[in-house]
Design a protein around this ligand. Sequence first.
Ligand SMILES: *Cc1c(COP(=O)(O)O)cnc(C)c1O
Length: 399
Amino acid sequence: MGTKKLIDESSLYVMNTYKRFPIVLRKGRGMKVWGTDGREYIDFVGGIAVNILGHCHPKVVVAIQKQAQRLLHVSNFYYIEPQIKLAKLLVRHTFADKVFFCNSGAEANEAAIKLARKYSKENISPERFEIITAKDSFHGRTLATLTATGQERFQRGFEPLVPGFTHAPFNDIDAIGKAMTKNTCAIMLEPIQGEGGVKLPDPNYLKEVRKICNENNLLLILDEVQTGMGRTGRFFAHEYFGITPDIMTIAKGLGGGVPIGAMLATDKVASAFQPTTHAATFGGNPLVCAAAIATIETLLEDGFILDQCNRMSVYMKERLENLKLKFPALIVEIRGLGLLLGMELTIECEAIVKTCLEMGVLINCTAEKVLRFMPPLIVQKKDIDHLINILEKVFERLP
Ligand SMILES: *Cc1c(COP(=O)(O)O)cnc(C)c1O
């Protein structure tokens, strides 16, 4: 079926929840994807920070093929081999002692919210259920996670929202103090706000939040759904800031392209979940766990991918900074860590994204004026050079 026909059928049959570009992607390898129109694109969106190893990484593909032949799905009424192996791998490389598996970022955050409430009610005070999150944060689209999300535009029309969430401006320690009540049980933050415009924490912000949590018996929940899995050049972004959370959520990059999420916690906190308190039918299913194991093994044990990410981060920032020198009236700031990079513009960037796509490069725009780059961590200099050339051409043509 041709591209136009496919797009027509999409509007006929698929619910209209996405603002989509008029291409249909059919195949991918490494940094590249191909459309049904036969066109080739270089992908700096990477499935929104999902395809950390690039498209169809052979180790992930083979792991999926092997597992698909052995066992696709069984209930969590039984023990699942790849699930145990994946949990062990995550525990070995993080602060956490225990892992709960689910299918997405929002679901991981739901699990975190439920665990924080249950732990605090049972161990600190039955009155405790409130969670402080940041303004401009993004935590997902389920009712609780969109309430946690500090942006009204995602909430409008879905009221009444879930009780018990307050929002404090990001990077404002005093505001957290003011938002706190005797019923607060947790503070939930993205270490770097991704969807909110690639906003970095001030150097001591997370340390001070950790201190407030310790002094007031609050749990610190870090949403590393976007920043985790090597995206920022370390396995997890909080490693840069000298703290560990009590609960951490991950998803996006975890499965190298398959839908899997996880909520990790210390033993102390995890003990509030007992048999029957929380569940997910597909959570930690053999197929997705096999993909995630292959992804993590490739990311950490082959060793060079995080190095590559860090080297390319330096190179890409340098090239983007050079563009900023060339277009000072257009570019406000380049920021980010690893390969989660943002370029804030003085104008809305929707049209720029569209022109780049027409010129064969996929990029993303968030928070209206921020170009967000989340390429696979295997990106090479030649890909970055290509992106910069295209951006330069597009910027030159702007009125
Ligand atoms: C993408 C994202 C989510 C939601 O993940 P889904 O898999 O879309 O539910 C939650 N938190 C952050 C920080 C994200 O970037």
